[in-house]
Design a protein around this ligand. Structure first.
Ligand code: DHB
Ligand code: MG
Length: 223
């Protein structure tokens, strides 16, 4: 098995399980044209985010790391009309692209993109009592994941689901000697979860068009 096979399998399932989606195709096209890195989730992963949020009956979602708004739009589609989604983006150029993409997808009033370092905005959200969120998607700079987890817990209730993207990093996550700051960040994040009795967690390792990676899924059991 190799990347070509994984991509073919992703395409096979996406053709059968995901309807054609001109809006999301355009989001990817505009993001690429604006020079954003191709770090958005794959279409089948976006559908997973939608289904997860729907299964939770999510009304209030927090996303850490907007990029071009691709996963944001998948998540926003799960919300009821009076639902809210706050998405944090540190890069103002990415945020501009995302805000335009989100507006084109029809979610300008549902989604609030807040521009700045998540490390600065998360304490403000706690102060504003913006939580508790039903679902928190962590998909930003991996070295800061431990910090994002700590703030996410302050914005959670029992039953909140915290999902983190890119926890496998082509398998490097199991290398305890890695000096890659992304790997070190993910390993610290995992250790924080191990040590936190409030959380129950598992991972889903994925292969596909995005290579070998994975999600960490944690449920807040108690606060
Ligand atoms: C990277 C980050 C992501 O969120 C992603 O989906 C893929 C790659 C990265 O930092 O390399
Ligand atoms: Mg990601």
């Amino acid at each position: 098995m190799n990347h070509t096979t994984w991509t073919s399998v992703d395409e096979y399932f996406s053709e059968h399980l995901l309807p054609p989606d001109a809006i999301l195709d355009e989001v990817l096209h505009r993001s690429e044209a604006a020079g954003l890195p191709p770090y958005h989730v794959a279409p089948n992963q976006g559908k997973f985010l939608l289904l997860l949020a729907q299964m939770l009956g999510a009304r209030n979602i927090l996303e850490i790391g907007t990029l071009g708004g691709y996963s944001t739009i998948w998540l926003a589609r799960a919300l009821p009309q009076d639902g809210t989604l706050i998405s944090l983006e540190a890069n103002p150029t990415y945020a501009d692209v995302a805000i335009a993409n989100i507006a084109r997808a029809g979610f300008a009033t549902v989604v609030k993109v807040r521009v700045g370092n998540a490390g600065d905005i998360l304490p403000i959200l706690v102060h504003e009592e913006a939580g508790p969120f039903d679902l928190i998607f962590i998909d930003a700079d991996k070295p800061r994941n431990p910090d994002y987890l700590a703030w996410s817990l302050k914005l959670s209730r029992p039953g909140t689901v915290i999902l983190a993207d890119n926890v496998v990093r082509n398998g490097a996550v199991s290398d305890s000697k890695s000096h890659d700051q992304n790997v070190v960040g993910i390993r610290r994040f995992v250790e924080c979860i191990t040590d936190d009795p409030r959380l129950s967690a598992t991972t889903i390792q994925t292969v596909g068009s995005k290579g070998c990676d994975g999600f960490l899924l944690a449920r807040v059991q108690t606060i």
